[in-house]
Design a protein. Structure first.
Ligand code: GLU
Length: 383
């Protein structure tokens, strides 16, 4: 007896697996610092929590339309028009239980057996898994040295069906510039390729400007924009995200949704609606705090001589640990109770790298930096 090939081909999510190990160690009483998973450590704003309560109290606890409640679809479409310069209407939106599920649905809806999907190396852990589960083949494209560009044009073949772009990027923290995105646009239009543009970190930017690929000329008809509430409003556990795409793609994704999860939780959709109405003060404070943490870590990594990709957005630092990252992360967790995600989880060229998520308090970050220094000096001085 054996499981289906589609699931044999993928491993459990590294980010979530390591975070579970860290949580288990903490339950056992160990003084764990979990810098593995990327989830904001702020309380969801009170008015969003109250909107969920209110919806429950008002009896909004039954099935909703599978694509999501119409008010939320319209509010997301308006947000896309106003903030992202993307001319979407409600029929271009599907609300999903987390942005990850929107990615999964889009891959299942568009990728056929043998289709090639271009991922930039490194990329977030679940893109590859979703491509494989859909029966597609991942084509990894390396970045240039400063991670601002990648020679995607050299990797396009007649089988290329989709290019996945994530800006700001997880794990790099890179915010891609207009020139690179314009190049992706030109390739996609010329070769008739879909683009998945994952923009979940669009609001967490310290340097540079965010551009939505769907806003570029002739891109709306071939772009699936992914976004969600987890990162911007600190709502990871609520599981609520969305996709914006041409109507026909949304309809296909909706077929998958209707037969799998039906729709995202009813009252969570009302909470998301409230989130879109809130002012930016929560976000401003959160981004200021992330910036301070990033600067604090960069200073110390520089002192320790550790190199890393330039983190201009999101809340990760991807660093070169100059030895096998899997071993490094395992030993660091066992000896110092610090959880990081090994670089091997994110692609094919970063076996000696590790990702840290600084979505944790400055106090813990400071302790992490001390433990890192101790760990490095106890192992060798060459790092
Ligand atoms: N996107 C976050 C991360 O990379 C959340 C965890 C996950 O779903 O992978 O850590």
């Amino acid at each position: 007896m054996r499981a289906a090939r589609r699931v044999e081909a993928v491993k459990p999510s590294a980010t979530l697996r390591i975070s579970s190990i860290a949580k288990q160690l903490a339950r056992e009483g160990k003084d764990v610092i979990d810098m593995s998973v990327g989830e904001p450590d702020f309380k969801t704003p009170q008015r969003i929590i109250e909107a969920a309560y209110r919806a429950m109290n008002e009896g909004k606890v039954f099935y909703t339309p599978t694509k999501g409640i119409p008010e939320l679809l319209s509010a997301i479409a308006e947000k896309m028009r106003k903030e992202n310069n993307v001319e979407a209407t409600a029929e271009n939106i599907i609300v999903t239980p987390g942005a990850k599920y929107a990615i999964y649905e889009a891959m299942m809806a568009l990728i056929d057996e043998g289709d090639e999907v271009i991922l930039l190396d490194p990329s977030w852990v679940s893109y590859e898994a979703c491509v494989l589960m859909a029966g597609g083949k991942v084509v990894w494209v390396p970045h240039n040295e400063d991670f601002s560009d990648a020679p995607v044009e050299n990797f396009v073949t007649p089988k290329t069906k989709m290019i996945v772009i994530n800006t700001p990027s997880n794990p790099l923290g890179v915010v891609y510039g207009k020139e690179f995105l314009k190049k992706i646009r030109d390739i996609a239009v010329e070769k008739n390729i879909f683009v998945m543009s994952d923009e979940v970190y669009e609001k967490i930017i310290f340097e540079g400007t965010h551009y939505s690929l769907a806003s570029f000329d002739d891109m709306f008809d071939r772009t699936i924009t992914i976004n969600g509430f987890s990162k911007t409003y600190s709502m990871t556990g609520w599981r609520i995200g969305y996709a914006v795409a041409p109507k026909w793609i949304i309809e296909k994704m909706n077929i998958i949704q209707s037969h799998s999860v039906s729709h995202p939780t009813s009252f969570v959709q009302y909470a998301a609606l409230e989130a879109l109405k809130s002012d930016s003060s929560f976000l401003e404070q959160m981004v200021a705090e992330f910036r301070a943490r990033r600067d604090m870590i960069m200073r110390r990594l520089d002192e320790l001589g550790i190199s890393y990709a330039p983190p201009k957005g999101a809340f990760y630092i991807f660093m070169d640990v100059r030895r096998n990252g899997d071993v490094f992360c395992e030993e660091f967790l066992k000896k110092e109770y610090v959880a990081l995600t090994p670089g091997s989880a994110f692609g094919i060229s970063f076996k000696n790298w590790a990702r840290l998520s600084y979505a944790t308090s400055r106090e813990k970050i400071s302790e992490f930096l001390n433990r890192l220094e101790r760990f490095i000096s106890s192992k060798s001085s060459e790092l």
